[in-house]
Design a protein around this ligand. Structure first.
Ligand SMILES: Nc1ncnc2c1ncn2[C@@H]1O[C@H](COP(=O)(O)OP(=O)(O)OP(=O)(O)O)[C@@H](O)[C@H]1O
Ligand SMILES: [Mg+2]
Length: 259
């Protein structure tokens, strides 16, 4: 079982789109996947067809009330397992301020999934994908302390290189808390191949970070933006779209990285 956090402090770069559609694509490739929403915005929750205002248990109950991850799992209309989030998660930083283990609550909760819930033999999932909020708040730190690797969605614009350098430093610092932590890969999102600047930045990313860049570029594709409004991953919404095909290719790259 591999745990992957989808993170970038920058907002609106395609984290949630990547989390939902990578999960759906892995599931389509017959992998057992769990998606955990760690953002009070609850976008990943809505994007899989769940009503974020009508949930019995969410990640908030796990982190603040000691409910087990196992209990909080819901089957989403998208067809795979989800641990949902909504606005209730927003006050967590303040609620937990001063509590010494506040950065490892998720890691502790994850222990019951890492060993199988029934007999401790087979692990229940091949991949756990976590969608983080656009900040380095306590929730994101919990994700980074728990995860094996990080996938960073990145838009090819002028500040991308600086942003990536900053983020790598942050991740480097957090290896103190999680020695396994590494950048599994950087995925170019919202990519417009007709845009000269995007191509230049993309080439720069390859030159400086070549070994961690995924080959798959996720194109700017209207179907990817429309699918969440229907509570569907794009694969269910329009399988033949460029966006759906790109996320299938990304999933193949992610699987290839697995030991
Ligand atoms: N490849 C794409 N093509 C077209 N639209 C996209 C694509 N990726 C994301 N979007 C749209 O761009 C917006 C931001 O994407 P998304 O919500 O995935 O980013 P995010 O990084 O999760 O944002 P936040 O930082 O707020 O959590 C959304 O409206 C989404 O539908
Ligand atoms: Mg998001």
């Amino acid at each position: 079982m591999e745990i992957i956090a989808i993170a970038n402090q920058k907002g609106g770069v395609g984290k949630t789109t990547t989390a939902v559609n990578l999960t759906a694509s892995l599931a389509a490739k017959r992998k057992r996947v769990l998606l955990i929403d760690l953002d009070p915005q609850g976008n990943a929750t809505t994007g899989t067809g769940l009503d974020k205002n009508d949930l019995e248990l969410t990640i908030t109950d796990v982190l603040l009330d000691g409910v087990s991850l196992q209990e909080a799992i819901v089957k989403s209309p998208a067809g795979f397992d989800v641990i949902a989030a909504n606005r209730e998660l927003a006050g967590m930083d303040i609620t937990l301020m001063g509590q010494t283990n506040s950065h490892e609550l998720l890691k502790t909760a994850m222990a019951d999934l890492v060993t199988d819930q029934v007999n401790g033999k087979t692990k229940p999932y091949d991949y756990i994908i976590m969608d983080c909020a656009p900040s380095l708040n306590l929730l994101t730190i919990n994700a980074l302390v728990t995860t094996d690797g990080v996938i960073i969605p990145m838009q090819c614009e002028y500040y991308a290189l600086e942003g990536l350098a900053d983020l790598s430093q942050t991740i480097e610092r957090l290896t103190e808390l999680n020695p396994k932590l590494y950048i599994r890969g950087v995925v170019r999102t919202l990519f417009d191949a007709r845009n000269t600047l995007a191509n230049d930045v993309s080439a720069e990313l390859d030159a400086h970070f070549g070994d961690i860049m995924y080959k798959t570029h996720i194109p700017r594709n209207i179907r990817l933006a429309e699918a969440p409004a229907h509570g569907m991953p794009v694969l269910a919404f329009e399988k033949s779209s460029k966006g759906a095909q790109a996320y299938l290719k990304l999933a193949a790259e992610v699987i290839k990285q697995s030991r």
